[in-house]
Write a protein that binds this ligand. Structure first.
Ligand code: PMP
Length: 406
């Protein structure tokens, strides 16, 4: 039984006030709050167990290494990877996509090769590919969305040519909440020999992810959106792709032997984890994943779907509110503007006065903003601890904003 009031007590920050009002935290798309179990695990690691990993022979170093390496298995199971060695631990999606761009794509692409992207991507899944465009002359092929935010997988597959080397696509849009059928894209692409990278930053917190069922080649997750610490994350790399990939960052741990005139690499995945990793952050992420497993991703998804449906009905009460992204199966991520009214920043300031935290701006999605013909929106993004009462508080504040700026 999913008892949201009970669950809220696990998150210390949710009992604080902002501007004299109970905090309503709807900025989960930017970063989610942390349960006490994660905070306690971080404190315990530093107070009782801390040391560097993979280097020492002493008690604490072995203990920390075991704790750190155990997280790889937890992430592997969370994503249903075939083997935990298909998981590279890192600082998050930005690092994961850059690793693929530099380590896998750059050595095997040349001028005229093509990378397929959608107009909905976050800058983290755009800028590294621009590096390849600028430096190698790779062509970026952009797939449009429908006006409601839907992405037709067939449109992506139809864009494949003999020069296509990669498809890089978000599982869930951080602006529109659109769920993308990455399974259909991966199946179609695989049949034509084209690898697929899925940016799962916004998906893994809302739904059960199964990388083997999806059939993608790379899948990135971000720890701080999964109720874990910032600076933690991972990327799933199908073992064939992992074997093809060159190291991205060089340094300690990722080598086997270093001589003056020759060098050999450690085995994957350590080959891709240079230097001291985010040790305690990853341990915190492991605890966050255990927390999500205990609640159950299916139960979280059911709760958030009810929130989404309630929000859709309540947004309708705000006369001049315009929602961007209206697909019926979207995640609980809502971007909106108030027609003829204030800038998104002003709306978010009014909401903030009522204790409601939303994001306002371009959401690191320049091409999507161009597609929508907007410079900014407000975004309310729901997490596992949000409630319908909180949605009511936001709607009341939006009605106030409408009156103020009308
Ligand atoms: N992709 C998407 C869809 C995102 O929403 C974000 C975070 N806003 C990122 C990538 C970047 O992730 P990270 O914070 O792990 O670098």
């Amino acid at each position: 039984m999913y008892d949201v009031n009970e669950i809220r007590r696990d998150f210390p920050i949710l009992s604080r006030e902002v501007n004299g009002r109970p905090l309503v935290y709807f900025d989960n798309g930017a970063s989610a709050q942390k349960p006490r179990a994660v905070i306690d695990a971080i404190t315990h690691s530093y107070c009782q167990e801390y040391s560097n990993v993979h280097r020492g022979l002493h008690f604490l170093s072995n203990l920390m290494t075991d704790r750190y390496e155990a997280v790889r298995g937890k992430i592997g199971r969370f994503l249903n990877a075939a083997h935990e060695n298909e998981i590279v631990m890192n600082s998050g999606t930005t690092e994961g996509i850059n690793m693929v761009a530099y380590g896998w794509a750059m050595p095997r692409m040349e001028a005229g090769d093509e990378i397929i992207l959608t107009v909905m991507e976050h800058h983290a899944n755009i800028v590294p590919w621009h590096f390849l465009r600028e430096r190698l002359g790779v062509r970026l092929v952009w797939i449009d969305i429908d006006d409601d935010g839907h992405l037709d997988p067939q449109r992506v597959l139809d864009a494949i040519t003999p020069r296509t080397r990669l498809i890089a696509v978000s599982h869930v849009s951080n602006v529109l909440g659109t769920r993308v059928d990455v399974k259909a894209i991966s199946e179609g692409a695989r049949a034509r020999g084209v690898p697929v990278l899925v940016d799962g930053s916004q998906a893994a917190m809302h739904m059960r992810v199964d990388v083997r069922d999806i059939g993608c080649d790379f899948y990135t997750i971000t720890g701080h959106k999964l109720y874990g610490p910032s600076g933690s994350g991972a990327i799933y790399c199908r073992s064939e792709r992992m074997a093809e990939m060159s190291p991205f960052l060089g340094g300690g741990i990722m080598i086997k032997e270093v001589h003056k005139d020759r060098i050999s690499w450690n085995d994957p995945p350590l080959k891709f984890e240079a230097g001291t990793p985010p040790i305690v952050q990853m341990i915190g992420l492991g605890v966050a994943i255990e927390y999500l497993d205990t609640l159950g991703m299916a139960a979280i998804e059911r709760h958030e779907t009810a929130l989404r449906d309630y929000a859709v009905s309540r947004f309708g009460d705000v006369e001049r509110l315009r929602l961007q992204g209206t697909t019926s199966d979207k995640a609980g991520i809502f971007s909106f503007t108030l027609e003829g009214a204030a800038h998104a920043h002003d709306i978010s300031t009014v909401l903030d006065k009522k204790g409601v935290a939303v994001r306002a701006g371009h959401h690191c999605a320049g091409p999507l903003m161009e597609r929508l013909g907007l410079t900014a929106t407000c975004r309310a993004s729901f997490g596992l601890y949000n409630t319908m009462d909180e949605i009511d508080v936001m709607i009341e504040a939006l009605e106030l904003a409408q009156d103020l700026f009308g």
